[in-house]
Ligand binder design. Structure first.
Ligand SMILES: Nc1ncnc2c1ncn2[C@@H]1O[C@H](COP(=O)(O)OP(=O)(O)O)[C@@H](O)[C@H]1O
Ligand SMILES: [Mg+2]
Length: 278
C-alpha cells in the first residue's frame, strides 16, 4: 500500500510532495506516467492511492478516469478535475449553488458574443473555457476591439467556438489565491500586479493573505459544490464583496509556501493518504 505521485514532468511541486510524504512517514513513490499505457498490466497494487499531478489537465483527468475504472482512489477524483478543468462547468456549478461570481455570458458565434459583450458592458474579459496560467485571456475595452478578438477566436478552431465572456472586475490590483485541503481553507496569498492578469506565472507578486470568516465561509461553500481533497480557489474583491473567479484542482503552489509559512505539500499528502480509507 503506497501513495503514488504520478507525473509527466517533475516540477518543484512534485518533488516537494515527495519530500513531504517522507517527512510524514507515508510510503510514497513517484511514478512517471509517460511510461504507462492502459491495458498493459496493473499500474497499482490494491489499496494504493494516487495523487495525480500530470501537467496537462487533459492527461491528468484521463489517467484518473482510467485508474478509477479499476477501483483505484485518485486525488482529486476525475469528476472534480472535469468540473475544474472547464471554466464553463465550474461557472455553472457555482451558479447552481448561488455562489457569487463575476457576471458572465456564453455565446456560440462572434456576432452573438459581441451582442452579449455590449449587454454586459465594456470592458469585458474573453477566456478560453480550457486553459490556465492566464494564457489567451483578452481584456476587451470596446466594441471594435471585441469584433477583432472575436473574429480571431472564431478562426482558432473547435476549442474556441464557445465564447466565454465575463464582466471585467475592478479588483484593486490584486486577487486572492486560497488553498483548500479536505474542505478546510489552510492558507491564501494575495497576488498583486500592475498588469490586470495577476497569476504568479505572469509576474504577480505573492504575499500572505489572512482570511476572515466571510472568505473562509465562501471557500467552504465552494468546496461543498466542487468537492475534492485539494482545491486552489481564485477570489476577487469587488467593492468589498468577494467573488469566486476560478476553481483549480490542485495546481502549482511553490510561490505560496514561503509567504504563508504553511506546509501546503504536507497537508496535501496527508489528505491524499487519508483518502485511501474513505
Ligand atoms: N473578469 C475579470 N476581471 C478582472 N480580472 C480578471 C478577470 N478574469 C481574470 N482576471 C485576471 O486574470 C487572471 C487569470 O484568470 P483566470 O480566470 O484565473 O484564468 P487562468 O485559468 O488562466 O488562471 C486572474 O487571476 C485575474 O488576475
Ligand atoms: Mg486562475
Amino acid at each position: 500500500m503506497a501513495l503514488l505521485i504520478i507525473f509527466t514532468r517533475l516540477r518543484l511541486e512534485e518533488k516537494l510532495l515527495n519530500e513531504a510524504a517522507k517527512r510524514e512517514n507515508i510510503p510514497c513513490e513517484l511514478r512517471n506516467v509517460t511510461d504507462f499505457y492502459y491495458g498493459g498490466g496493473n499500474f497499482c497494487a490494491p489499496g494504493d492511492v494516487v495523487l495525480a499531478r500530470c501537467v496537462s489537465h487533459n492527461q491528468n483527468e484521463s489517467v484518473a478516469a482510467l485508474l478509477e475504472s479499476e477501483n483505484v482512489r485518485v486525488v482529486n477524483p476525475s469528476g472534480v478535475m472535469r468540473l475544474c478543468g472547464n471554466k464553463l462547468s465550474t461557472t455553472l456549478a457555482l451558479q447552481t449553488a448561488k455562489i457569487p461570481q463575476p457576471n458572465f455570458r456564453i455565446a456560440f458565434t462572434p456576432e452573438s458574443a459581441l451582442e452579449a459583450s455590449r449587454e454586459l458592458g465594456f470592458p469585458v474579459v474573453c477566456k478560453p473555457i480550457l486553459g490556465s496560467w492566464g494564457r489567451l485571456l483578452a481584456k476587451v475595452n470596446d466594441p471594435e476591439a471585441a469584433e477583432a478578438v472575436l473574429e480571431h477566436k472564431s478562426m482558432l478552431g473547435a476549442m474556441h467556438n464557445v465564447f466565454y465572456i465575463q464582466e471585467y472586475i475592478e479588483k484593486g490590483g490584486f486577487d486572492v489565491r486560497a488553498f483548500v485541503v479536505n474542505g478546510e481553507p489552510i492558507c491564501a496569498i494575495n497576488r498583486t500586479s500592475e498588469h490586470w492578469i495577476t497569476n504568479t506565472a505572469r509576474g504577480g507578486r505573492a504575499t500572505n493573505f489572512t482570511m476572515d470568516g466571510d472568505v473562509e465561509e465562501l471557500l467552504k461553500r465552494t468546496h461543498d459544490t466542487i468537492g475534492g481533497e485539494f482545491l486552489a480557489v481564485d477570489l476577487f474583491n469587488s467593492g468589498g464583496r468577494w467573488l469566486v473567479n476560478e476553481v483549480n484542482d490542485g495546481g502549482e503552489f511553490r510561490n505560496s509556501i514561503e509567504p504563508t509559512g504553511v506546509d501546503i505539500p504536507g497537508a496535501v499528502v496527508r489528505a491524499a493518504w487519508e483518502a485511501r480509507v474513505r
